[in-house]
Design a protein around this ligand. Structure first.
Ligand SMILES: CC(C)(COP(=O)(O)OP(=O)(O)OC[C@H]1O[C@@H](n2cnc3c(N)ncnc32)[C@H](O)[C@@H]1OP(=O)(O)O)[C@@H](O)C(=O)NCCC(=O)NCCSC(=O)C[C@H](O)C(=O)O
Ligand SMILES: [Mg+2]
Length: 287
């Protein structure tokens, strides 16, 4: 079953109102954050508030990902100790530099029977992490990458550019590694959460590159993002026509069809089937 990851919303684990509001938002996934969105004085309270919210449930089909603090901080191990018994679907590790970081978290989760099926996701946000993207993607339990473009821009000392030119190599290296390993790859956040036009442009860029979706920081960003990462009506129509034309060609003993003046081969049909599967998954989730 294809699960969409078009819209992946961060929610500070300390904010009960936001934790409640997320149950009503049309997002594909939620990142319950214990890291940067939570002030130092609130860390302890946040992990217990979040554990209670996860146990109570109510998030429906939305994929649930918990971002803990890094294991070399004062809070990472305590986060695992409190969150693991709730049997989280996925744990997101920030500032991942190598597969060793994933292995260390995996070993901690192994000690909790409730985490038998828990996947690990990695924040890709350091130069060393980007250079080690493939070994990270292939580490045990890995389910996906989340791009941390703010930390990355900081560490690379880039200037902000609307076209994100300074970050493109890093984004593409993560995509290459994610696709090679068969895991999900979700783009970074767009900080100006009231700028829908800028968000739409950045979503389109991420979708064109091959990202599965985008991380978000505010509910106002959800609709723009869902639209950008959903197959359009034109894409769905083309996919159907490509499949029909190819099947008709095959019935005549041919291995190639032509639709709208362009060749359709087996590989295009594979993409067309993926497009329809994603459209179906989105429609089912919306029911
Ligand atoms: C950015 C915000 C601080 C803005 O908050 P606020 O001023 O309260 O917004 P609104 O008044 O417009 O909120 C309207 C209602 O929406 C709810 N809300 C707001 N944000 C969220 C959210 N993220 N999830 C769910 N619900 C949310 C409010 O509670 C209001 O609800 P109601 O009162 O019932 O109408 C705030 O949006 C925020 O804190 N956002 C999350 C910030 C965050 O998570 N940052 C960390 C992740 S990004 C990151 O770490 C980057 C990465 O690591 C990297 O390196 O790039
Ligand atoms: Mg970060």
């Amino acid at each position: 079953m294809t699960h969409p990851y078009r819209s992946v919303l961060y929610i500070p684990g300390s904010k009960e109102r936001a934790l409640e509001k997320a149950k009503t938002l049309p997002v594909d996934a939620i990142i319950f954050d214990l890291e940067d969105a939570v002030a130092v004085d609130e860390k302890e309270n946040a992990r217990h508030t979040l554990a209670a919210a996860l146990t109570a449930g109510g998030y429906g089909d939305r994929a649930q990902i918990v971002r803990i603090n890094a294991l070399d901080t004062d809070w990472g191990h305590a986060d695992v100790a409190v969150i693991a018994p709730t049997g989280p679907q996925a744990v997101l590790l920030p500032k991942v530099n190598s597969a060793a970081d994933i292995n260390a978290l995996s070993a901690l989760l192994d000690a909790h029977p409730a985490c038998a099926d828990t996947t690990i996701w990695a924040m890709m946000e350091s130069p060393l992490g980007i250079l080690n993207a493939l070994e990270i993607a292939q580490a045990p339990r890995m389910g996906g990458f989340i791009l941390g473009t703010n930390d990355l821009a900081k560490d690379l000392n880039t200037r902000f550019r609307a076209d994100r030119e300074p970050l493109l190599t890093s984004l593409q290296m993560c995509l290459l590694a994610a696709r090679a390993a068969g895991i999900v790859c979700v783009d970074g956040v767009y900080n100006a959460f009231k700028d829908a036009e800028g968000l739409a442009a950045e979503c389109a860029q991420g979708r064109d590159m091959g990202m599965d979706g985008k991380t978000l920081i505010h509910p106002a960003q959800v609709d723009v993002c869902n639209t950008a990462f959903s197959p359009s009506e034109a894409e769905i129509d083309l996919a159907r026509r490509q499949i029909d034309a190819f099947e008709a060609a095959e019935a005549e003993g041919l291995g190639i069809a032509v639709v709208d003046g362009k060749i359709v081969e087996n590989l295009h049909v594979e993409t067309a089937r993926k497009t329809l599967a994603m459209a179906n998954a989105i429609a089912t989730a919306a029911e």
